[in-house]
Design a protein around this ligand. Structure first.
Ligand SMILES: [Ca+2]
Ligand SMILES: [Ca+2]
Length: 189
């Protein structure tokens, strides 16, 4: 009698191998397809933005302060007297980070209201840890009168960075009612 089992056995093996190939083909298609979809979903957000819709701000590693403008300031002291007896104030400002001075400007002598005072000495400089507490202090320099004589014109908190501000090129001092002051900045990521 003829033995048909080897033939059947070979047929089964052939079918099993074919099924295995089909399965591997399917797995490969799914794998390659997934890679393709992943590549399509990865968006190139512009600098400083993250997230699926590129609408989340990335906290900058540092902010570069390029220059500062003082456009307006109180004309007199609180008591109505002038900053100096016979001339305008001799203004400079300090930037403090968590209470420690990180920058002091040069002194602009005898400034007069109506002029734009631009500060560029010692700039640009970089500020790290941009979420820290920052304070701007304005002084009328009276050092000619002796050590320790400085008229504080105003002291204000300023946010160098906030997570929803859209990275403005100018950081404007708000809260200093009589002061019109802005910093010109760049963001570094
Ligand atoms: Ca003075
Ligand atoms: Ca003066």
């Amino acid at each position: 009698m003829r033995n048909i089992f080897p033939v059947r056995w070979n047929t089964f093996r052939l079918i099993a191998i074919k099924k295995k190939f089909k399965l591997m083909k399917k797995i490969m298609i799914v794998f390659v397809g997934s890679l393709f979809l992943l590549a399509c979903n990865k968006r190139d957000c512009k600098d400083g933005f993250l997230g699926d819709n590129c609408d989340m701000q990335q906290t900058p590693a540092s902010i570069t302060i390029n220059s500062a403008d003082l456009n307006d300031w109180p004309e007199t002291k609180d008591d109505g007297s002038g900053w100096d007896d016979t001339s305008g104030p001799d203004v400079y400002f300090r930037l403090l980070q968590n209470g420690t001075e990180i920058y002091a400007s040069d002194i602009k002598t005898d400034i007069t209201v109506g002029s734009v005072i631009s500060f560029t000495d010692g700039m640009p400089f970089n500020v790290l840890n941009v979420d820290d507490q920052f304070t701007i202090e304005f002084y009328d320099d009276d050092s000619a009168l002796g050590i320790g004589f400085q008229d504080l014109m105003g002291s204000f908190s300023i946010n160098l960075y906030s997570s929803d501000n859209g990275f403005p090129e100018e950081i404007i001092l708000s809260g200093g009612a009589d002061f019109d002051f802005k910093l010109h900045v760049d963001y570094n990521f």
